[in-house]
Write a protein that binds this ligand. Structure first.
Ligand code: 7TS
Length: 424
């Protein structure tokens, strides 16, 4: 996180070195935010699940279908060449966004989930032997657990999880101690989708590399809120998902170091991933095409490119500072409320507050908030092992996007007072 973000204070006093952030203007870019639910203004605090889309993304997707659409990599005709060009431009935007060294290191997938499955199957799966281990952390989303279990199960290997403390922070000493000669892969989230906790990803990667172990970082949440530089992180693989980054759903990204991708067998077979096919034998295209079998989500990739342009135009540091100010404000407001128990409140965090209110079931809290127009996510957040770690079945999670406001945090807090009135 940049210095400017780290120094942002509750009253925004240190934001003077960043461009002005006009949240009302930003909100006007998102048509859906002006709709009402139950006759009340929508207070959308569930962007961690999927973010709303700005007009620029909606228009970019419409423009493809209205004026530029054809299948890519197939035709000599004008529109196929044009659609291919737009698709390739989107890949270049993703490359720049992650600061990857080469465009061939960017593979389009359906989402983070597919990107992790691809690596678990085509990279790790090829290397695993009986008794080997894959090391995760207790923070992981199911998308960064189950694919590894499937790969491990096929080879007779096991999945282990490095522990986190009561604040959800990774214990680096214990993590290092769990890196052994049996460990063949390390995979962990860059930002917890439950707690917002940011992991020391660069240091964890360094520790794994010291022992020659490759690393995948799940950036589904971090790519939205932090400035990610895959070369600086030095990770072997990095994954994220377009729909959380204000882009379309159904498009995701796998970054992989070119030496790994070059050596990996295909994940799926079909058109567009081959060099030459006979009934006896097929030779495969180079990465990234090798991993993009079949007609891809053409408009989705172009829409993701538009989302990246949109975020870059606002300024990633300015967005991060805005979100960080709101996160601090929300944390302060909720900490002041009797009966509210915050999870993962300490340490470096991005855009998520998770809590319980007295012993009210999270679903009841979520339903009452919903009636007030406040959308939050409740439950285990696809991270059941983390719930087990805290001895709870779920939390209430408010996740902040670049369009949220202080008034919306106030609305959340005021509505929680109402929960207290109802449940006593
Ligand atoms: N990893 C993390 C850290 C996530 O937060 C999510 C989605 C995924 C992986 C999977 O992403 P997908 O696009 O492949 O589905 N997280 C959430 C969430 O927190 N609420 O809904 C989806």
């Amino acid at each position: 996180m940049s210095q400017a973000v780290a120094e942002t204070t509750l009253d925004g006093a240190n934001r003077s070195n960043l461009p002005a952030y006009d949240v009302d203007k930003v909100r006007a870019d998102f048509p859906i935010l002006s709709r009402e639910v139950y006759g009340k203004p929508l207070v959308f605090l569930d962007s961690g699940a999927s973010a709303k889309k700005p007009r620029a993304v909606i228009d970019a997707v419409s423009a493809v279908y209205e004026g530029e659409y054809a299948n890519i990599h197939r035709g000599v005709h004008y529109l196929s060449v044009r659609a291919t060009q737009l698709y390739d431009e989107a890949r270049e935007k993703v490359r720049a966004y992650l600061n990857a060294a080469k465009i061939g290191e960017i593979v389009f997938t359906r989402n983070t989930t597919e990107a992790i499955n691809l690596v678990a199957s085509s990279f790790t799966g090829q290397r695993l032997r009986e008794g080997d281990e894959i090391l995760l952390t207790e923070l992981e989303h199911h998308a960064n657990i189950v694919p590894w279990q499937l790969a491990a199960g096929r080879a007779g290997a096991v999945v282990r999880a490095s522990p986190v403390d009561d604040d959800g922070l990774v214990d680096l000493e214990k993590f290092e101690a769990m890196l052994t000669s049996r460990t063949k892969m390390v995979a962990f989230t860059h930002t917890s989708n439950v707690l917002g906790v940011v992991t020391p990803a660069k240091e964890m990667t360094r520790l794994a590399h010291e022992k020659g172990i490759p690393v995948l970082i799940d950036g589904a949440q971090s790519a939205v809120h932090l400035s990610v530089d895959v070369q600086d992180l030095d990770c072997d693989f990095f994954t994220f998902t377009g729909h959380k980054l204000y882009g379309p759903s159904g498009i995701g990204v796998l970054y992989g170091k070119s030496n790994h991708l070059e050596a990996m067998p295909p994940y799926q077979g079909g058109g567009d991933m081959i060099e030459y096919v006979t009934f006896e034998k097929t030779t495969f295209a180079k990465p990234p095409e090798r991993f993009e079998a079949g007609t891809p989500h053409i408009s989705g990739a172009i829409g993701l490119g538009a989302a990246i342009d949109y975020v870059n135009a606002l300024g990633r540091d300015a967005v991060a500072a805005h979100e960080h100010g709101l996160l601090q404000y929300a944390t302060a407001r909720l900490s002041d409320m009797p009966g509210v128990r915050l999870f993962g409140a300490k340490g470096e965090k991005a855009s998520i507050v998770s809590f319980l209110q007295d012993d009210v079931h999270p679903h009841d809290v979520g339903t009452i908030l919903d009636q007030a127009g406040v959308a939050v996510r409740v439950g285990h957040h696809c991270a059941q092992p983390l719930m087990d770690r805290f001895g709870i079945s779920g939390t209430v999670r408010a996740s902040i996007g670049l369009y949220n406001t202080r008034e919306e945090i106030d609305k959340l807090a005021d509505s929680l007072h109402h929960v207290k009135e109802i449940f006593g």
